[in-house]
Ligand binder design. Structure first.
Ligand SMILES: Cc1cc2nc3c(=O)[nH]c(=O)nc-3n(C[C@H](O)[C@H](O)[C@H](O)COP(=O)(O)OP(=O)(O)OC[C@H]3O[C@@H](n4cnc5c(N)ncnc54)[C@H](O)[C@@H]3O)c2cc1C
Length: 474
């Protein structure tokens, strides 16, 4: 609690922290603020009905599964098995058959993980230690030492600190699909109940992108009786890899003497994979270690090397690091075997509506001639357009207009200092923090729950340390 001397000596109130975005990142920061006993009002601005779900955990499709086993999904870094224990508690939601693997890992529907986060937040919401403001922030302005947050109901809240947790914007329309921009056959949003409902079994479908979103779409479509073949397009034809066997940990170490170039890193990884293979350990363990040591590895790469990594190695990194649930992998393999899913390694050249449907032209990898596909629907599964997050979000655009946020040099999100503060035109901005994947440019790997949790814990600590204390204010 602190004295607000700008109004009257008698006004005494807690500082207020506004968290913009109540997906997993915003919810995790709120939870850790509350758990650390923050003497602050914590308001989460989130238009969705429930906190913690965001883009990833709002799906109700039981075949949209976690791509990480239960033992690695936790709200508390010090307790990696927290989600696993919750799953085996009395509140256990019904898991669909086949959620557990023979090795004992559970790959639950993502909706269940959303329930887990909601269950952790429920007592804090009930006690008023976290408030859910079911609105979108439309503008954030610097005001004195704090900020004024305006929402889409027209209400303005004065706060001492702001956390930006608005991670995933919609995908960007590739220039080759521009002619379909207003065409009802183009599906750009794949999340949510209604998104795929318009795809009838007889529809000829092309999915652009072959990552995890594409896998979700395929998992839904493959349940349809009499489903027409689905075409899946990606430049390299690479797909997210499945998980490996249960095995010993790798002894590979990338943090003690971290590589200072992307090439040196690649060589180290190759050498480690070879050495571990000789001990019967698969590449999965090496990539798990890379992920765990991600911040140290990233910190040692100068900016041009980070750019080089993203240019040359990102696609490879993504398919090994973003693994797919075994159940989804089995569905995709079976669909490919039965020719219900056809994977193309090809470049998209263009698309237009013609009498018989949408004519899409592609050039297969390594070929000189183009091919055409006629489909009824094109589904965009190229992933969130993080480089456009500021332009697409009025609250961020307002901050950028005041020079308080800017894209990070790699265009992965927002420029962020190691302590979590947003970096504006004049340097780190006091009281303004970035949570979740938008801080990736600084942290390195910051997409999956283990890393997002650790960053949320760090940011919560930094916020509390930065708030005015009763001693200094009184
Ligand atoms: C499809 C998908 C599946 C994934 N699966 C896994 C997995 O299995 N395992 C794993 O470890 N990781 C997974 N991840 C990664 C990870 O969990 C996400 O990166 C994480 O959910 C990030 O959440 P977020 O809250 O930062 O962002 P988001 O989920 O994008 O949430 C941001 C929230 O901000 C809100 N918002 C935006 N603008 C405003 C505004 N102006 N005012 C108020 N609210 C606003 C939005 O409504 C949204 O709810 C997955 C990610 C995706 C996209």
């Amino acid at each position: 609690m602190y004295l607000d001397r700008t109004k009257t000596q008698l006004v005494c109130r807690h500082p207020t922290i506004a968290i913009i975005g109540g997906g997993y990142s915003g919810a995790a920061v709120a939870l850790h603020l509350a758990h650390r006993g923050a003497a602050a009002r914590v308001i989460v601005y989130e238009p969705r009905a429930e906190l913690g779900r965001g883009l990833a955990y709002s799906t109700s499709d039981p075949d949209h599964r976690l791509n990480v086993p239960d033992s690695k999904m936790t709200l508390f870094s010090h307790d990696p098995l927290h989600f696993r224990h919750w799953l085996s508690s009395a509140d256990l939601p019904r898991l669909p058959a086949g959620s557990a693997t023979l090795a004992g890992d559970i790959f639950a529907p993502r909706a269940v993980f959303g329930q887990y986060v909601a269950a952790a937040l429920a007592p804090l919401l009930a006690a008023g230690r976290i408030e859910h403001c079911r609105a979108s922030a439309t503008s954030i302005r610097k005001q004195g030492a704090g900020f004024a947050v305006r929402d889409d109901r027209g209400q303005v809240q004065k706060v001492e600190a702001v956390v930006l947790a608005v991670s995933h914007p919609p995908p960007a329309l590739p220039p080759e699909l521009r002619a379909l921009a207003d065409d009802p056959g183009l599906i750009t949003h794949t999340a949510g109940e209604a998104a795929l409902a318009g795809l009838a079994p007889q529809d000829r479908v092309l999915i652009v992108g072959s990552g995890l979103t594409s896998a979700d779409v395929l998992a839904t479509l493959m349940r349809q009786e009499g489903r027409a073949p689905v075409h899946v397009l990606s430049r390299h034809g690479w797909r997210s890899q499945p998980h490996g066997p249960k095995q010993a940990e790798t002894s590979a170490d990338f943090a003690a003497e971290p590589a200072s170039t992307a090439l040196a890193l690649l060589r180290k990884v190759r050498a480690a994979v070879r050495a571990e293979a000789a001990r019967g350990i698969t590449w999965h363990a090496v990539f798990d270690r890379l992920r765990a040591q991600g911040p140290a590895i990233w910190a040692a790469l100068p900016l041009p090397e980070r750019q080089r990594f993203l240019r040359h190695l990102r696609a490879l990194w993504d398919i090994h690091r973003f693994r797919i649930a075994p159940q989804t992998h089995a569905t995709l393999c079976e669909a490919e075997r039965r020719k219900r899913a056809v994977f193309h390694a090809a470049r998209l050249l263009g698309a237009e509506r013609q009498a018989g449907g949408l004519l899409v032209t592609i050039r297969p990898r390594g070929a000189r001639l183009w091919q055409s596909l006629t489909v009824d629907k094109v589904v965009l599964a190229t992933g969130p357009a993080h480089a456009q997050v500021i332009a697409g979000n009025p609250a961020l655009a307002a901050l950028a207009g005041q020079g308080l946020v800017q894209p990070d040099p790699l265009k992965l999100g927002l420029a962020t200092a190691p302590d979590g503060r947003a970096i504006g035109q004049a340097g780190p901005v006091d009281g303004l923090f970035v949570a979740g994947p938008l801080a990736r440019g600084t942290v390195g790997e910051l997409m999956g729950v283990p890393e997002v949790t650790a960053w949320a814990e760090h940011v919560a600590g930094q916020i509390l340390a930065s708030l005015p204390s009763p001693a200094t204010q009184g």
